[in-house]
Design a binder for this molecule. Sequence first.
Ligand SMILES: C[S@@+](CC[C@H](N)C(=O)[O-])C[C@H]1O[C@@H](n2cnc3c(N)ncnc32)[C@H](O)[C@@H]1O
Length: 308
Amino acid sequence: MHTEVKINNQHIPVLVDAALTYLAPKQGASYLDLTAGYGGHAAAVLGRTMSPERTVLVDRDQTAIETLKQKFKSQPVEILQEDFYAASQKLVQQKRHFDLILADLGISSPHIDTASRGFAFMQEGPLDMRMDQTQPLSAADIVNNYSQGDIAAILAEYGEEPRAKRIAGLIVANRPLHTTTDLATIVARAYPGHSRMHPATRTFQGLRIAVNDELGLLLKSLPLWFRLLAPGGRLGVISFHSLEDRIVKEAFNEAAGDRYDTDLRLLTKRPITAGHDELVFNPRSRSAKLRVVAKIKTKEREAHANSG
Ligand SMILES: C[S@@+](CC[C@H](N)C(=O)[O-])C[C@H]1O[C@@H](n2cnc3c(N)ncnc32)[C@H](O)[C@@H]1O
């Protein structure tokens, strides 16, 4: 069965049923959505908690924030336009705690579908790729100003691009590059003949991750998310590629591992992925992986310690 979720601004949220099953929202629970986007998960969770006054929605994209404000205008939710690391730091300083926390990482469908945002190599747009439209660094800065070695390192590390050095050489020899299609055309020269995926897929992923410091912010934020969990609370993270998933997996294993001194417990030994129906209905769910940890209540923790 697939929970009915209203599609807003063409973003279909992934793993909504799984997120509801594992977060298990109860009426009156507090909720922190760190990547609220177009509000699909938030609406589904709020439908269960019925407590908008205990709900905080975060996103760093202005378009997403405007949509969230419109979508939840009749409900007293708190909406923060910030990156989730900055927002999490503030919430920790304010000594806030949440029963449910969700981070559904990466970009949204409107990012890809809006050519002017510069995320898509199939449509002509500026070399932008910023999730936060006010941030100074864009993909054009990296492509046109970084050294060949630095570009190669970004493509190899964040794009997992085997021909990173060759592509970086082609970029440097042909700059300045102005548009997404200029870049895609240059990258394609490193792949004469056919390749299984579009030759620019990995280059665009690498640049996007670098522009938005996606892995750095995730790594720094996870320990704060553990602190923001209330006793009995649950944190779910949905990732979309192996680099992100590895960071989440290692942080969860480390924090909720088989130790006597932890108050975190892993609820997903293996990541939860989309079932057949969702894969057909929403192809973007293909690479989604959900991992969940819970914070043990004090009584449970004492019982656990005594049993050891
Ligand atoms: C996959 S979408 C989330 C969609 C959302 N769950 C929904 O149901 O509509 C990811 C969102 O997270 C935002 N985002 C990504 N990284 C972020 C970060 N470090 N801080 C704040 N927002 C971020 C993006 O702007 C995007 O809107």
